[in-house]
Design a protein around this ligand. Structure first.
Ligand code: FAD
Length: 268
């Protein structure tokens, strides 16, 4: 099966893990296809494929065929999400969705997802795994990055040293981040401020007592991190480019399409 033929999965169960995060567990016939394409990264992600309910698509779904033969207004809309975990024995995988209100497609879809709902997933892709040779691992992000940060922390070996700064709305949005390593997790509460509007993560990282040795950093979340935490780590702390995983996951006021357009403009 080509990568343009996304795996079709069913929602097995869906439940809130915090007031602003909902876990959806998927399974079904497409699980084996997705597993066959699995990648060995803790930040592995998939594209959820949202179909136009009024259009009729090729079976099995093939995105290349869709783009070649169907009107652009019927092309599926894609949304990017981290795989929180895969359970090969149970043939299940979980995705944790930020519930960010009425706007958008994926957030509202997850908020009302029910067992039996179907969705196609393309991927996974990914790039990051904690380097066991690092002296210290630094994780920085907002809610959207919690699944990737949690998977990274979970993968650390016993004896590894790590620090995480995670911005959420309030104490109820904190969640356990199990690990065999020695991890200090700092939850930063934005309270009534809008997501993506504060300087909390930048301030906390700059105030942090920088540890000895080689620090590898994973910095993912709202696009502001690219011009705040990234230059601090790259320039002030001279973290080597290969030791710095920085990625904007979303952008205030932009849908994922608008955000992709903005990213493309940054590199052109
Ligand atoms: C590699 C990667 C992995 C990701 N993993 C996850 C994940 O595991 N869980 C997760 O929840 N998100 C994750 N994201 C972020 C997610 O793709 C975006 O938040 C996406 O825009 C959500 O789509 P939507 O249809 O809900 O909203 P969109 O239609 O894209 O946007 C509608 C509106 O909602 C706002 N919005 C979007 N996301 C948020 C947010 N998190 N908080 C507040 N407002 C928001 C937008 O600014 C816009 O105004 C990941 C992104 C990337 C690139």
């Amino acid at each position: 099966m080509s990568k343009n033929q996304p795996a079709r999965l069913q929602v097995l169960r869906a439940f809130d893990i915090t007031p602003h995060m909902r876990r959806v567990v998927f399974g079904g016939s497409g699980f084996a296809t997705l597993l066959a394409r699995n990648v060995p990264f803790t930040d592995r992600y998939v594209k959820l494929v949202f179909l136009d309910p009024g259009a009729s698509y090729p079976e099995p779904l093939d995105l290349e065929v869709v783009r070649a033969t169907m009107a652009p207004e019927t092309w599926p809309i894609l949304r990017t999400y981290t795989i929180r975990w895969i359970d090969e024995t149970a043939a299940e995988l979980a995705i944790d969705f930020v519930v960010h209100g009425e706007e958008g497609l994926a957030g509202p879809w997850a908020a009302s997802a029910q067992p039996g709902d179907e969705i196609h997933l393309r991927g996974p892709g990914g790039a990051y795994t904690p380097d066991p040779a690092a002296d210290h691992h630094l994780f920085v992000g907002d809610e959207a990055a919690i699944p990737a940060i949690a998977a990274g922390i979970e993968a650390l070996e016993p004896g590894a040293q790590a620090t995480a700064f995670i911005e959420v709305t309030g104490p109820d949005d904190e969640q356990p981040l199990p690990s065999k390593a020695d991890v200090a997790v700092h939850w930063l509460h934005r309270g009534a401020a809008d997501a993506g509007s504060t300087e909390l993560l930048d301030q906390a990282v700059r105030a942090w007592q920088w540890p000895e040795g080689r620090v590898c950093a994973f910095v993912h979340g709202e696009s502001k991190l690219l011009r705040t935490v990234r230059p601090y780590l790259a320039n002030d702390r001279q973290v080597a480019r290969g030791d710095l995983s920085v990625s904007a996951y979303w952008r205030v006021g932009a849908t994922e399409e608008g955000f992709r357009q903005w990213k493309a403009e940054q590199v052109s």
